[in-house]
Design a protein. Structure first.
Length: 328
């Protein structure tokens, strides 16, 4: 007859079942169990981003809140000085703004000008990025230093330099091409073209450096295989590089749209808004309404409209890319 001691020593089924502890957490977790590794991994990036999000919240959320609040108030110089009380007008400022024919003209000019700047900046930056991969080290370094110098130049300084270059009396451009005292800022299209050149000059280095870094990350075997198949440089860019660089191109396109849509310094310094406001863009128009005419509520309403338009363009662009199966 087996004793309890001998049963404990035998490697029987019952003894094994009692001796081996049951694995924890396969069917469920007890109340004392900690968070799953997947949950911890999902929260880790937010912990790293928390300090930056706090700073951005203080620098962006509160000013946007104030901008939206003022756009719903009657807030002019009389309210600023305390002569009259601030009153809530609801969507009255937006109604007045949308009923202004000049606002729609300025909005159309802003959209067309920003689109031309974005296309020109991307084309110039991408072309020079490809060129950087084709030249030797010394020309590459010279081009990089020149581009970074343009990028680092303050907008006010760059605009002043471009005004001197195209000055009708002392500018070297008119003297070289024999244009006499032709004024580039007098005509509407020539003034917009002059500002466009300056915007592209100070914006293309970001696109060039970013796209060049992306091209350097593409395996050389892929480009060599395309060249061996007889593809031209344009075909290599269109069929090989552009699809592989699409996430990078998305970033530079969105940032270019945001920067060029809210251009202020170049327009204000180089044209002042143009003769009879013919070179106004939304940012300069908002500045004139808010500070020149002391209609701060209308200027805030224009700022809210610009914010909504930029958010809408960005979200639509990202949505279209996600429908095409792109991972961003």
């Amino acid at each position: 007859m087996a004793t309890p001691d001998t049963l404990a020593e035998r490697p029987g089924r019952g003894a094994a079942t009692r001796a081996v502890p049951r694995p924890a957490g396969r069917r469920g977790r007890g109340p004392a169990a900690g968070p799953s590794p997947r949950g911890r991994a999902g929260r880790t990036p937010w912990l790293y981003l928390a300090p930056a999000l706090v700073v951005l919240g203080g620098l962006l959320v509160y000013p946007i809140y104030q901008l939206g609040l003022i756009s719903f108030l009657e807030y002019t110089q009389a309210q600023v000085s305390g002569g009259q009380p601030t009153t809530f007008v609801g969507f009255g400022n937006y109604t007045e703004l949308f009923a202004d024919e000049q606002f729609w003209q300025v909005l159309l000019a802003t959209v067309l000008f920003a689109a031309a700047c974005v296309v020109s900046t991307l084309a110039t930056g991408c072309a020079l990025a490809v060129l950087l991969t084709r030249v030797r080290a010394l020309p590459r370094l010279a081009l990089m230093l020149a581009a970074l110098g343009a990028w680092a130049t303050p907008a006010v300084t760059g605009s002043t330099v471009w005004l001197f270059l195209f000055d009708p009396d002392f500018g070297p451009v008119n003297r070289v091409f024999g244009l006499g005292d032709h004024s580039w800022t007098y005509g509407r299209l020539s003034a917009f073209a002059l500002v466009l050149l300056e915007v592209v000059w100070c914006s293309f280095p970001f696109v060039m450096v970013t796209v060049y870094a992306g091209i350097r990350a593409v395996p050389s075997e892929v480009l060599e295989a395309a060249a061996l198949d007889g593809a031209s440089q344009w075909r290599i860019w269109r069929s090989v590089l552009a699809p592989m660089l699409r996430p990078i191109l998305v970033v530079v396109t969105i940032q270019s749209v945001i920067w060029d849509f809210k251009v202020f310094t170049q327009i204000y310094v180089m044209t002042g808004g143009g003769i009879a406001g013919q070179n106004l863009v939304l940012n300069v128009y908002a500045y004139q309404k808010a500070f020149a005419a002391s209609q701060y509520s209308l200027g805030s309403a224009i700022g809210v409209v610009m914010l909504v338009l930029l958010l809408a363009v960005t979200l639509v662009y990202l949505r279209l890319l996600r429908r095409q199966g792109e991972e961003l």
